[in-house]
Design a protein around this ligand. Structure first.
Ligand SMILES: Cc1cc2nc3c(=O)[nH]c(=O)nc-3n(C[C@H](O)[C@H](O)[C@H](O)COP(=O)(O)O)c2cc1C
Length: 217
């Protein structure tokens, strides 16, 4: 864009701002509220906003851990995790599960949440969440920099093997994203955005004749 006075920086030299703008630029981000279990069977729950869906068939979702935290450790030990939907009324309890607690401490009772046993995986989901996905780990990738050096961050990818959706959020066969009032991580340390029905609008999708595209990615 011409005529704009850009703040330009190269991350390896520092961003020159008060707060790193990376996750304020890539925002709002969906929250992966990840439950998992370690090799000894102890349950864990924590939020990850470096989270997204990456493939349709089979469905693959993933989160990234900045450091070897309990969720990535557990996913590597047992090969399973569960994604739970965070909606507005669960915001404070989600935040409570982000506290840095010693390994092996179960965040479910601390945050006043109900652990409901999984059906396909041996990891509980959050009973209060209106949607959840049980996943089996397919890959854990440690990041590298451009010099090829390993860095302290991991991407955990899982194939979705079971899905739960509150039927009240399905209207005529269509899941109503905004009706659930999901919250998403925005810029600063404490900022979130709530998705609400009044913020939804349409841009008609261009699907060429003969296109195999039927997904909404
Ligand atoms: C909304 C939210 C999003 C977060 N996203 C991430 C993330 O993407 N990656 C990360 O490493 N930590 C993230 N954190 C911090 C972790 O939740 C926190 O370090 C937590 O203690 C990790 O728990 P665990 O060790 O039980 O996995 C986030 C925290 C909050 C409140």
């Amino acid at each position: 864009m011409s005529g704009v006075d850009f703040h330009y920086y190269e991350p390896s030299q520092g961003h020159g701002l008060k707060y790193n703008p990376l996750n304020a630029l890539i925002a709002p981000r969906p929250i992966g509220w990840i439950s998992s279990r370690d090799a000894e069977g102890r349950v864990n729950l924590a939020p990850y906003s470096f989270f997204n869906a990456f493939n349709y068939d089979p469905p693959i979702i993933g989160f990234s851990s900045i450091a070897w935290k309990d969720s990535v450790r557990n996913a590597s030990e047992t090969g399973e995790f569960v994604w739970n939907l965070v909606t507005r009324e669960l915001g404070d309890r989600m935040n409570a599960t982000s506290a840095p607690l010693p390994h092996g401490v179960d965040e479910f009772p601390i945050a006043g949440l109900t652990a409901v046993p999984g059906r396909v995986v041996n990891v509980p989901r959050v009973g209060e969440s209106r949607a959840a996905m049980e996943c089996k780990v397919i890959d854990i990738v440690q990041f590298r920099n451009t010099g090829g050096d390993k860095v302290n961050g991991w991407l955990v990818l899982g194939e979705v093997v079971a899905v739960y959706i509150d039927k009240l959020l399905i209207d005529d066969g269509v899941y109503q994203t905004a009706q659930a009032l999901p919250i998403m991580r925005a810029g600063g340390l404490n900022d979130y955005v709530q998705v609400s029905p009044e913020n939804v609008f349409q841009i008609m999708r261009l699907t060429g004749a003969g296109s195999k595209e039927h997904h909404g990615a």
